[in-house]
Ligand binder design. Structure first.
Ligand SMILES: [Zn+2]
Length: 99
């Protein structure tokens, strides 16, 4: 299972990179939709983001992916995002979609 998640975390440089395609979908479709759902339903900011993310990861648990593998993959992805945020802060201004 760890190898399978590994493929979903690490990029390759092809046009068909599934990591890039997934990230693009999340950035352009999911993040704005979640923010709008929170606002329209008078839910606290980040409530759907947190519970949506954990519920989606819970599906992985249900399907037999080991929690330690999910934890490791998530930690790596969050490290990458922190790194991107730091780079964007250096260049000035918040990233689009996270402002
Ligand atoms: Zn990629």
């Amino acid at each position: 299972m760890a190898n399978q998640l590994d493929e979903l975390v690490h990029h390759d440089e092809t046009d068909e990179c599934p990591v890039c395609r997934a990230q693009s979908f999340v950035e352009h479709a999911l993040i704005p939709a979640v923010a709008a759902w929170e606002l329209n339903n008078e839910l606290p900011r980040f409530s759907l983001a947190l519970h949506g993310a954990s519920a989606l990861l819970g599906v992985m648990l249900e399907e037999g992916v080991a929690r330690i593998d999910i934890d490791a993959a998530l930690s790596e992805l969050l490290d990458d995002i922190e790194h991107q945020i730091a780079e964007q802060d250096t260049m000035g201004g918040p990233p689009q979609g996270r402002a």
